[in-house]
Design a protein around this ligand. Structure first.
Ligand code: SF4
Length: 68
């Protein structure tokens, strides 16, 4: 497990947003602030969606959006 900080993909509302089967795990990551190091999810940011970009929990970009 690795620590995930605000501003990183693992804390972003776009991280795995279109992947309902992982939604429970995504909630746990945001609550605990840690995630499996090798976890990848599709990014649902409108600028990336058509590219089918997959990002890791420690990634990031200026499109970060806080959850809630
Ligand atoms: S790439 Fe940017 S928009 Fe996509 S999940 Fe990561 S921080 Fe969010």
């Amino acid at each position: 497990m690795v620590k995930v900080q605000d501003g990183q993909c693992g804390m972003c509302a776009h991280f795995g947003a279109h992947n309902p089967s992982d939604s429970q795990q995504l909630v746990q990551i945001r609550v605990r602030g840690e995630a499996p190091e090798d976890m990848l999810e599709p990014c649902a940011h409108p600028s990336h969606e058509g590219l089918h970009l997959k990002v890791g929990v420690l990634g990031g970009c200026d499109g970060f959006k806080a959850v809630g």
